[in-house]
Design a protein around this ligand. Structure first.
Ligand SMILES: Nc1ncnc2c1ncn2[C@@H]1O[C@H](COP(=O)(O)OP(=O)(O)OP(=O)(O)O)[C@@H](O)[C@H]1O
Ligand SMILES: O=P(O)(O)OC[C@H]1O[C@H](OP(=O)(O)OP(=O)(O)O)[C@H](O)[C@@H]1O
Ligand SMILES: O=C(O)c1cccnc1
Ligand SMILES: [Mg+2]
Length: 556
């Protein structure tokens, strides 16, 4: 590896550029046209040396919740690292921008990098709250402005998805497996890949998306579709019935074993073999021959009770005769609570009658349009599901399809800037700020506090006045037992300055960070809002600037 392939972080360690591979679609032209037209107008008006500070933050938590998981940081850093307009980008812009743009501007763009930018951020995987910037950028106005849209697109969906997944994990509990099955329903190929990656970050256990597995090292999992079952109509279609006994190595007729067990099982499970589907039996036998150690069967193609469970149990017992243990079933329609209980009951009967205790432990996977509310309702009803396969609602974030992160200028050449709005929620927090999370003695996060960057950080054991940013009468003294400074410098002087965690570590961080939140902030119905405050100093600063900038009306 030569020097060009490596970048050095501030600790002098080398970052392997192999890890820095980024989705090819993420590039400087993946932006809104107005960023580039603004860049020209800034350039034309002599603002090339202006220094700006921008905040990236959201105003409301998604899904009627009171927390958001911040994700997408590593992709932002990769983008900064590779930021450079290629010759063909410049050529395209020459042809596309209005006529009359000076040639020197294109030369300027051609030499532009993000090396003079400093990026501060909270750690990826941390819980974040409205109005507390999750990323803060300092640097030359033109370049920092040019980064806006791409950074927003990298953070918004990633954070929305990680939050959605974390919510599913919370309602499902930590012992149930969660698999992401959404690729076919995702918003295009890139949406599908991001969904798989960030649902893993948020707490899913695996994905059916094979490319995501390869690219992000996520466990890939899957069962089979109804097509496999319906592609068989009789046992006569089986090209082979033979399977090697796991221990003896002797070939045996798996179908013969299955038919014999099916007969006995029909009494135990109180269903008639006549009613069950022969095609389904054939399909299951053939699948078991293909995957004797990984036999997981879809049981709802015809009728779970009258056909699927009988055929599955027959094939699983046949496999058992040959030294293999089946894994379980998937149910993809009907009343999932009722059918999962029915299946578990059937497995318990079989375990007892056929002396196969491992049958009690067979996995029951449920899928079919599952969302947070379905899981909550299934929990209330009582179910025996071990694993949910979730697609559409998860990856499209159907309950709230976008997170509203914005990117606002808060300081230029050392002068704070404020954006006013009739809607108080939309007034920006001016100036270069620092953010702290204050904790109680029991380890719970109490409040996030924004201060001017010139202020001393809050200290453990010392009373700090925390004020609502806009409502004068809302304030509280807090004596923190622990103070966390939320920002780290992640990018400076053209280098990544922190050791970047693996996806696995970010996934762990999500759960650790969620544990610091009190349960009332996390509950699904009417959660308590988490407090975000400003220091007294910042409060006064905001309100003075507000008055300075608000025009005084005249009544006549
Ligand atoms: N016990 C349950 N409580 C609450 N919701 C459930 C329960 N069982 C299933 N569901 C949900 O109810 C919906 C049922 O979907 P739908 O009305 O399409 O029926 P279906 O079982 O898929 O029918 P079909 O057999 O035609 O495919 C799904 O969204 C599923 O997740
Ligand atoms: O329901 P989701 O949460 O989106 O999970 C993924 C779904 O994808 C498959 O269905 P398929 O594409 O075969 O279509 P279907 O809706 O007819 O089952 C699978 O059987 C699940 O039902
Ligand atoms: O493996 C599965 O069962 C699966 C994968 C994608 C969509 N639905 C189901
Ligand atoms: Mg379905």
């Amino acid at each position: 590896m030569n020097d060009r392939e490596m970048s050095c972080n501030s600790g002098g360690q080398f970052m392997d550029r192999g890890r820095m591979n980024q989705n090819g679609v993420v590039q400087p032209l993946l932006t809104d046209l107005y960023q580039i037209t603004m860049a020209y107008a800034y350039w034309k008006s002599g603002k090339t040396d202006d220094q700006a500070v921008f905040d990236l933050f959201f105003r409301n938590n998604p899904f009627h919740g009171e927390f958001t998981i911040f994700a997408g940081l590593e992709e932002c850093l990769k983008f900064l690292d590779s930021f450079h307009y290629s010759q063909s980008d410049i050529e395209y812009l020459r042809q596309t921008l209005p006529e009359g743009i000076e040639n020197e501007f294109f030369e300027y763009l051609g030499n532009l990098t993000a090396h003079d930018v400093t990026l501060y951020a909270i750690d990826e995987g941390t819980v974040a709250f409205p109005r507390v910037p999750i990323i803060k950028l300092e640097g030359p106005l033109i370049i920092v402005q040019l980064l806006e849209t791409t950074l927003l697109t990298l953070v918004n969906y990633a954070s929305l998805m990680a939050t959605n997944a974390a919510r599913y994990r919370m309602v499902a509990g930590k012992h149930v497996k969660l698999l992401e099955f959404g690729l076919r329903r995702a918003q295009g190929p890139d949406g599908g890949l991001s969904a798989s990656k960030y649902s893993y970050t948020g707490g899913f256990d695996g994905t059916s998306n094979v490319l995501a597995g390869k690219l992000f090292n996520i466990p890939v999992k899957g069962t089979h579709a109804h097509a496999y079952i319906t592609s068989f109509s009789s046992v006569g279609e089986l090209k082979t019935r033979l399977l090697k006994h796991k221990q003896t190595g002797i070939m045996e007729d798996l179908l013969e074993h299955a038919i014999r067990h099916r007969q006995m099982l029909s009494h135990v499970l109180d269903v008639s073999t006549e009613e069950s589907s022969e095609g389904e039996l054939a399909a299951m036998v053939s699948y078991a021959i293909a995957f004797p150690d990984g036999f997981m069967a879809l049981v709802d193609t015809y009728d779970v009770k009258r056909s699927g469970l009988l055929n599955f149990s027959a094939v699983a017992l046949a496999l058992n005769d040959l030294g293999y243990h089946a894994l379980g079933i998937r149910i993809d329609s009907g009343d999932l609570a009722y059918l999962s209980c029915l299946a578990r009951e059937a497995f318990e009967k079989v375990a007892e009658r056929f002396k196969v205790p491992w049958f009690n432990k067979l996995t029951i996977v449920a899928s079919n349009d599952i969302n947070e509310d379905t899981i909550l309702s299934l929990n209330e009803q009582g179910h025996k599901i071990d694993c949910f396969g979730i697609g559409t609602h998860l990856v499209t974030c159907q309950r709230q399809p976008a997170l509203g992160c914005v990117y606002k200028l808060v300081e230029i050449n050392g002068q704070a800037r404020i954006k006013l709005s009739q809607d108080v929620e939309k007034v920006t927090m001016p100036g270069n700020k620092n953010a702290y999370r204050l904790y109680s003695a029991d380890g719970h996060a109490l409040i996030d506090l924004l201060q001017k960057d010139s202020e001393h950080p809050p200290a453990v054991g010392q009373k700090v006045l925390c004020r609502h940013p806009f409502q004068e009468s809302k304030r509280a003294y807090v004596i923190p037992s622990h103070v966390e400074s939320l920002y780290k410098v992640y990018w400076k002087a053209g280098k990544i300055c922190q050791h970047l965690p693996t996806l696995e570590q970010v996934r762990e961080k999500v759960q650790i960070s969620l544990k610091t939140l009190r349960n009332d902030h996390k509950r699904t119905l009417n959660p308590t809002p988490y407090k975000v405050a400003v220091s007294d100093n910042l409060y006064n600063f905001i309100h003075d600037l507000w008055l300075q900038n608000a025009p005084i009306g005249e009544l006549s």
